[in-house]
Design a protein around this ligand. Structure first.
Ligand code: 5GP
Length: 334
């Protein structure tokens, strides 16, 4: 495992509120418990439970959102999440989060993302770059670039992590709300926002509700990644593939036809092994589609999804893939 930690890695599928440390969640729950706003023992039970079905995961997210929705907390959890990924040598992180409104806290979608950006600026443990182009050309970056060992090479010997943001559209949202998120992403393009994600409970919402906003985002040059095929829904899977997103996440419930289409289109897949097993979207690793996609040379990337909720890490996912698939098939992992 130490070896996987020491390897420079990228993380492209991490939800901010799913990546919170358990210790922070418990601390926040205790504070709200002391104020009589939640029942701490009930909340503690939900947080420390480790095997959750997909629907229980979404109930947990509703609880997490009660614990985290004020600007100060959003800033704190962002800072901690970046520190945790940097500590295991993630050198490029695309962090996704759903911009939220919370009238009682004076929060709107823009101020939520500004609180996230504040969290990026608050990190001191490592150097966080969320503005410049990740490049090996030191001139293009004012003399700073990420070395393969994850350190900045500007002479400071401080570790460096490139962070970019994806703004998520929650499947509970309306067309108008989705469009608001896309417009916000466009306005915040020069502050590290690179794209849009569609996520949230896969049994809620209709593809056509989000399509106008996603099409607009794509026309404007934002990258789009879609949670696709977490539940069996061939009509939606086909529509999503036809949309030609830059990437998709999960792809668990694909049939033969959908695999063929995905492979011919070469759309990269974000693979989240622990998440798929924990939520029982895939019953066991030996039948996971990682092996087939990997062996057929399809572009894939190992990701955590929700490192806090599923108690995992990027290094853990690589280690898991190596032990489950490393000695079989055409290739080895790395
Ligand atoms: P947030 O966007 O609040 O920072 O992160 C938590 C949110 O990400 C959840 O409320 C949910 O909308 C989304 N999310 C996290 N994990 C998953 C997942 O495995 N599948 C889907 N579809 N959405 C997820």
């Amino acid at each position: 495992m130490d070896w996987w930690v020491s390897m420079p890695k990228i993380e492209l599928h991490a939800h901010l509120n799913g990546s919170i440390r358990d210790s922070t969640l418990l601390e926040l729950a205790r504070e709200l418990g002391d104020k009589g706003l939640v029942s701490f023992p009930d909340v503690e039970h939900v947080i420390v439970k480790h095997d959750r079905s997909l629907s229980e995961v979404f109930k947990l997210f509703d609880l997490i959102h009660i614990l985290t929705t004020d600007h100060e907390t959003v800033t704190r959890i962002t800072k901690e999440v970046i520190e945790d990924f940097a500590a295991e040598n993630v050198v490029y992180l695309e962090l996704r989060t759903t911009p939220k409104k919370n009238v009682s806290k004076g929060m709107n979608k823009r101020s939520y993302i500004e609180a996230v950006l504040e969290g990026l600026r608050a990190v001191t443990m490592v150097e966080v770059d969320f503005l410049s182009e990740p490049s090996i050309d030191s001139q293009a970056n004012g003399g700073i670039y990420a070395r393969s060992d994850g350190y900045a090479s500007n002479g400071t010997e401080k570790k460096k992590i490139f962070v970019r943001l994806l703004l998520s559209i929650d499947r509970r949202e309306s067309t108008e709300a989705a469009m608001e998120t896309v417009k916000l992403a466009l306005e915040m393009r020069h502050q590290g926002v690179v794209g849009i994600d569609l996520s949230g409970n896969p049994i809620i919402g209709e593809w056509l509700t989000f399509l106008p906003a996603l099409e607009f985002a794509k026309e404007q040059g934002l990258l789009i990644t879609l949670h696709c095929g977490e539940v069996p829904n061939p009509v939606e899977i086909h529509a999503m593939l036809h949309f030609l997103p830059a990437r998709i996440g999960h792809a668990c419930c694909f049939g033969e036809e959908e695999w063929a289409k995905l492979k011919s289109l070469k759309i990269p897949v974000e693979i989240c092994l622990t998440s798929n097993i924990r939520t029982e979207t895939i019953s066991s690793l030996d039948i996971h589609h990682f092996a087939d996609l990997y062996n057929s040379g399809h572009p894939i990337v190992l990701c955590t999804d929700d490192s806090g909720v599923f108690s995992t890490s990027v290094s853990g996912e690589y280690s898991l893939a190596a032990s489950a698939f490393g000695k079989t098939g055409a290739g080895t992992i790395i």
